[in-house]
Design a protein around this ligand. Structure first.
Ligand code: C2E
Ligand code: MG
Ligand code: MG
Ligand code: MG
Length: 274
């Protein structure tokens, strides 16, 4: 399929946009190499349980340092990997690495035992056996099922049937599912209405605005209330200041995530700090 795509591109490589496309394919080749040559990495960002003031878990965030271009944002290369299904083996790498991380956190005596949330894209969800493989990994690592959560990003293409099946399967296996980036892009309240997510993650666009803008604050407050009414935990992302955290405390929000709590760090950095 790769070769086919390359041929197609060389046929039409006259236009600048297609030349850009060739750069993309080269980048994809580099990404494929990074995957097999240990060139990817995972960082962990803490989530604060607001009421207790304790770190409850971490979000695993994939990192790629390109040999020439340096650090490339996952926003860029995850999208690329999704187009080509390379996201499937990358996702497996992230899951494997995250399972090892939970084991090390537990061995280090972390209390409470932290969960690790892993991002899963729509392309991965459609891949048969994904959840079964995740569960097998968790079990093989001897971890409690509840130590892994998956985060699904909202998108226009969110396939209700597929996501409902994934959630049901996860719940049957004791794995929790979060709806990521709530409130942005193609977000719909119907996602919450039709799907039994365990957690809503409010996008940082709202936390950023809530400090100065009463309307944004009202929206965050309404989401926190909705979460309570539905029995769904609420995380607010992008918490960078004490003022923002104080607002979450006042609203009774469950979890805070952001640079104030901690930036994404390597496992060694986090264990060293513990
Ligand atoms: P996300 O899942 O919404 O992750 C949160 C993003 O916000 C991360 O960006 C994190 O570094 C950033 N962030 C956290 N706190 C703050 C803050 O206080 N201020 C600001 N300005 N930013 C903050 P990152 O690591 O660049 O990841 C971007 C997106 O890439 C993620 O958004 C997620 O959708 C995707 N992604 C990352 N890792 C993976 C992965 O392993 N698999 C998949 N499928 N997608 C991934
Ligand atoms: Mg996420
Ligand atoms: Mg998010
Ligand atoms: Mg995001």
């Amino acid at each position: 399929a790769m070769q086919g795509k390359r041929d197609k591109l060389s046929e039409i490589s006259e236009t600048p946009s297609e030349q850009l496309g060739i750069g993309k394919i080269r980048l994809e080749t580099h990404l494929r190499e990074a995957l097999v040559n240990d060139g990817l990495d995972v960082r962990y960002q803490p989530l604060l349980h607001v009421a207790s003031g304790r770190i409850a878990g971490y979000e695993a965030l994939v990192r790629w340092t390109h040999p020439e271009r340096g650090a490339i944002s996952p926003m860029e290369f995850v999208a690329l990997a999704e187009e080509t299904s390379l996201i499937v083996p990358i996702g497996e790498y992230v899951f494997d690495t995250a399972c090892k991380a939970v084991t090390r956190f537990i061995d280090s005596g972390a209390d409470p035992k932290p969960f690790i949330a892993v991002n899963v894209s729509a392309r991965q969800l459609g891949h048969p056996g994904l959840i079964e493989r995740i569960v097998a990994r968790v079990d093989a690592a001897g971890l409690p099922r509840g130590s892994l959560k998956i985060e699904i990003t909202e998108s226009q293409a969110l396939n209700y049937g597929l996501v409902a099946d994934v959630i049901e399967l996860c719940h049957r296996h004791g794995i929790k599912v979060a709806l990521d980036d709530f409130g942005t892009g193609y977000s719909h309240l119907s996602h919450m209405h039709r799907l039994a997510f365990d957690t809503i993650k409010v996008d940082q666009a709202f936390s950023r605005a809530m400090v100065d803008d009463p309307r944004s604050l009202a929206i965050v407050e309404a989401i926190v209330h909705m979460g309570k009414a539905l029995g769904t935990e609420v995380v607010v992302e992008g918490i960078e200041t004490e003022e923002m955290l104080a607002i979450l405390r006042r609203l009774g929000c469950d979890y805070a995530q952001g640079y104030l709590i901690g930036k994404p760090q390597t496992l060694d950095e986090l264990l060293g700090a513990a």
